[in-house]
Design a protein. Structure first.
Length: 82
């Protein structure tokens, strides 16, 4: 999607939990926080976040009117190299 908006190839590399841990540690995050953060990211990747939302009553779920694609198009200038 972002590649289409920017008209150039964007490549995403999915980090392993070990790679993500090392990346957070290298940025100065505390080790205990990193352990929790990476665990939560693994749960999300396994679909836990989606399953959580499935059990919420519809009146408790807010869905915005703008899509991620809308945001990318409206803010294209943020990712354009000058």
């Amino acid at each position: 999607m972002l590649s289409d908006v920017l008209e150039r190839e964007i490549i995403h590399k999915k980090n392993s939990p070990e790679e993500q841990t090392a990346a957070y540690i290298s940025q100065g995050f505390p080790a205990e926080f990193v352990k929790i953060l990476v665990h939560v990211e693994e749960l999300i990747a396994a679909g836990e976040e989606a399953r959580f939302l499935e059990v919420l009553p519809s009146h408790r779920i807010y869905r915005g009117k703008h899509t991620l694609g809308d945001y990318f198009h409206e803010n294209r200038h943020l990712w354009i190299k000058s």
